[in-house]
Design a protein around this ligand. Structure first.
Ligand code: NAD
Length: 517
């Protein structure tokens, strides 16, 4: 019997669709088809591949409203965010990589110094990896998998994508858009299912896995990948700090805190999950944050007026409830929210501002991934930096101050892959810039030049232009060759010119006596 997966609307818990789960055998077949399609796809020019990517963008553009509604229905996020943070970033990314991939991945000549003078030359060609597997989360169910897919195919790879089990219909839609854009058979395929389908993809012979998701699954992915030494890129969680210095614009920074903590219902890897505000402005800052939070309209994502809506799934609701309840029990105060909204079938949790928070609470140490903003106070810049860095995560961080230079100096001291000044969260939408961070936030980068380089294999080509001569370090070995090589170390590494010239002289003297086979 075919196993199926149910797609639910998290606001109503109504079934959207029931889809067949791709069996392990079918996953391997998809990878085999991708393998067959790979050489022809890789043989196309960048310009040819770009035409497909731009066509994908055009096909998307014609259906933006329909796509936004589907994303809000299956993921739960407000419609405006489906458009602004799931769809538009893909259009931006498609445009950027269609235009710039060729330049970023063009042949790179390596300057070899004295070896160039000895008739050698080297360069690097960036070659496609082959077939890449992409395993995606539900929080940006369109932009994360589609963005990675389009980057991968621009770099010349073929793709097998496994979307989240919470957003399978959006996954199917990505496959449909690729078909409509005319991608050849086997270049972009989507398989459907939960973690076990992802595990099958890891078992297959894909050339690399691009995983975005939680730390726990990331660890499992890395362990499973070790079996076949499959390379992995891991984009994992965050517990991102926002530091508000005493000279910040309180109105702007408080609005940024509210948006950074509650957009996407707090389900962003780069959400503001820890806020540190200077003691001298803390009271007025918190008042403004509370006031602005209370103005947010919470409703089903498909309501055009919804600012915040619903958590995506029951697990998320459980984690958020556990973290907030734990903090409240330990003495924190909920200035807004603080408990699940009753009387609704879906996973509604109100935007929650917590004060009286201590650094040892789970709400500060673990990723909550929900609409909760824990606020803490600091007295000195050094204290704020130390607290912000006291975390297992390092995805993004932000610093707020009217003194840009000062904020920049603080930003540079934060352990974060992206540190922003008077700005937060949104740089994922800038395809030119790298995304990813140290510690438990993952391994590797996506987007930008660094993200593209994750999708190719650098091949070093080395050419000996004086191939009619035998190399001086070849056989046979004897005392003369040993002395010759010693003289060579002087010629190359002696500190002064005199020592170098002497070394060369000795080399020339010995060269005639070298025995070669
Ligand atoms: P998750 O780890 O539960 O699932 C992610 C994907 O992995 C899903 O497709 C799932 O089916 C698959 N999966 C689960 N077990 C697997 C296994 N054993 N083998 C192979 N695949 C498996 O994560 P989630 O709940 O979907 O997403 C939320 C998490 O993602 C948060 O921690 C968030 O911070 C993180 N995230 C990170 C980024 C980033 O760019 N760093 C972006 C978005 C989300």
């Amino acid at each position: 019997m075919t196993k199926t997966i149910q797609s639910l609307n998290p606001a109503t818990l109504d079934t959207i669709a029931e889809l067949p789960i791709t069996t392990d055998e079918q996953v391997y077949e998809a990878v085999a088809r991708a393998r067959t399609a790979a050489p022809q796809w890789a043989a196309l020019t960048y310009k040819d591949r770009a035409k497909y990517v731009i066509e994908f963008r055009e096909v998307m553009k014609k259906q933006l409203e329909e796509l936004a509604h589907l994303i809000s229905q299956e993921n739960g996020k407000p419609l405006t965010e489906s458009l602004s943070s799931d769809l538009v970033p893909v259009m931006e990314l498609a445009t950027h990589f269609a235009k710039h991939t060729e330049k970023t991945l063009r042949r790179e000549r390596i300057w070899l110094g004295k070896w160039d003078l000895m008739g050698r030359s080297s360069y690097i060609d960036y070659k496609p990896l082959g077939v890449v597997g992409i395993i995606a989360p539900w929080n940006y169910p369109f932009s994360i998998p589609t963005g990675q897919t389009l980057m991968a195919v621009m770099a010349g790879n073929t793709v097998v994508l496994k979307p989240s089990e919470y957003t399978p219909v959006i996954g199917e839609k990505i496959a449909a858009l690729a078909r409509e854009a005319g991608f050849p058979e086997g270049v972009i395929q989507v398989v459907t299912g939960d973690g076990s389908t992802g595990a099958a993809l890891l078992e297959s012979d894909v050339n690399k896995i691009f995983f975005t998701g939680s730390v726990n699954t990331g660890k499992k992915i890395m362990a499973a990948a070790a079996k076949n030494l499959t390379p992995v890129s891991l984009e994992l969680g965050g517990k991102d700090p926002m530091i508000v210095l005493e000279d910040a614009d309180v109105d702007v920074a408080s609005s940024a805190a509210v948006w950074g903590a509650f957009s996407n219902n707090g389900q962003i890897c780069a959400s503001v999950e820890r806020l540190y505000v200077h003691e001298s402005i803390a009271d007025v800052f918190i008042e403004q944050v509370v006031e602005k939070t209370l103005q947010l309209k919470q409703a089903e994502g498909s309501d055009y007026d919804a600012d915040v809506s619903v958590l995506n799934n029951e697990t998320q609701l459980r984690v958020v409830t556990e973290h907030v309840d734990g903090a409240l029990k330990a003495g924190a105060i909920a200035r807004t929210g603080g408990a699940r909204l009753e009387g609704q079938p879906g996973y509604f949790y109100p935007p929650t501002v917590l004060t009286g928070v201590r650094p040892d609470m789970k709400i500060v140490t673990e990723e909550t991934f929900g609409p909760v903003l824990p606020v803490m106070r600091f007295q000195s810049e050094a204290e704020a930096i130390a607290q912000a860095n006291d975390s297992n995560y390092g995805l993004t961080a932000s610093v707020w101050s009217k003194d840009r230079k000062r904020a920049e100096r603080v930003a540079k001291q934060l352990h974060a892959g992206t540190a922003t000044v008077n700005e937060n969260v949104y740089t994922y939408a800038l395809p030119q810039t790298p995304w990813g961070g140290p510690k438990w936030s993952g391994i590797g980068r996506t987007h930008g030049k660094h993200g593209l380089l994750e999708m190719v294999e650098p091949q070093h080509i080395h050419i000996n232009k004086v191939g009619f001569m035998k190399d001086l370090w070849w056989y046979s070995y004897d005392q003369t060759r040993f002395s010759f090589l010693l003289a060579m170390t002087d010629a190359f590494f002696a500190k002064g010119l005199f020592g170098k010239v002497k070394g060369f002289g000795r080399m020339l003297g010995l060269m005639r006596k070298l025995k070669t086979h």
